[in-house]
Design a protein around this ligand. Structure first.
Ligand code: CP
Ligand code: NVA
Length: 303
């Protein structure tokens, strides 16, 4: 497996399966009170240039569970927020830490940390992708549905970081993937090209076509972090790109609903569908912890 988790495209199907298997094991150990201090004495730095509830808390608790510790590093307080180059930050922090999780805007910043640092780098969300979330999503799907092969994933909404990672994760695991997005808000063109060449992939503006017979339906906010000024414009464009009863009626009868959270009820999902599928959505949120612990052990556990 690669030294870093920068994007899901860098992982093979076998790498993803190994992470999911370890995540299941770590979840079992945690639930049964079995100590699993696989990263004893190690420290993870967590750089946040954007807000977070799940990513911050799950990585911090995850390191504690694994016998290590985590440092919350807000870009408001770091010199990086005042213009110190990421290349220098990477080399400095490599002397103190055993790994870095970073949430930021540009994918290039995460790639630069990996290039200049000498410790594992984990992408905790960029504008381009959200690999940790989709590992938790795949873990949750496998827990509930058993396997991936031939199952259909549908994503409705903005062709954003979540869409990009879901497409890559779904196709790599052998799922059919259909996304419904407005034409000006489609996922990354290279990812869509790769998906079409490597699996069963559809991108459409028709949400019911995308949702037809789907085993799992995902959505995400219409305006992501950093797009706050576009909110009013996006509300107009995305009206109708919503998981609601009409969408659920054409999906497979036992279809799951997933949302990375935070959710905006009556925008990308109705309150009714959200509450009907709340158990699945909050299992997905919990699995961030287990899936990320597996990533941490895979990347930092060989010292
Ligand atoms: N889903 C997710 O990444 O949540 P946070 O923004 O709260 O970390
Ligand atoms: N697309 C959202 C995901 C939040 C977890 C954002 O980037 O804000």
């Amino acid at each position: 497996m690669a030294k870093h988790l920068l994007k899901l495209m860098d992982l093979s199907k076998g790498d993803i399966t190994d992470i999911l298997n370890l995540a299941d094991q770590l979840k079992y150990e945690k639930k049964h009170g079995i100590e699993h201090h696989y990263l004893k004495g190690q420290t993870l730095g967590m750089i946040f240039q954007k807000s977070s509830t799940r990513t911050r808390v799950s990585f911090e608790v995850g390191m504690y569970d694994l016998g290590g510790s985590a440092l919350f590093l807000s870009s408001r307080d770091l010199q990086i927020g005042r213009g110190e180059p990421v290349e220098d930050t990477a080399r400095v922090l490599s002397g103190y830490l055993d790994g870095i999780m970073i949430r930021t805007f540009e994918q290039a910043e995460v790639e630069a940390l990996a290039e200049y640092g000498s410790i594992p780098i984990i992408n905790g969300l960029t504008d381009y992708c959200h690999p940790c979330q989709v590992l938790a999503d795949l873990m949750t799907f496998r827990e509930i549905k058993g396997n991936f092969e031939g199952k259909k994933m549908c994503y409705i909404g903005d062709g954003n970081n979540m869409a990009n990672s879901l497409i890559v994760g779904g196709i790599k695991m052998g799922m059919k993937v259909a996304v419904a997005c407005p034409s000006a808000y489609q996922p990354d063109a290279e990812i869509m090209k790769w998906a079409s060449e490597n699996g069963d992939f559809l991108c459409t503006e028709n949400i019911l076509e995308a949702a037809k017979d789907a085993d799992v339906i995902y959505t995400d906010v219409w305006a992501s972090m950093g797009q706050e000024e576009e909110k009013a414009e996006r509300e107009k464009v995305f009206t109708g790109y919503q998981i609601n009863d009409d969408v659920m009626a054409v999906a497979a009868p036992d279809a799951m609903v997933q949302h990375c959270l935070p959710a905006h009820r009556e925008e990308e999902i109705t309150a009714k569908v959200f509450e009907e599928h709340a158990d699945e959505i909050f299992a997905e949120a919990e699995n961030r912890l287990h899936a990320q612990k597996a990533v941490l052990v895979k990347l930092m556990g060989n010292k």
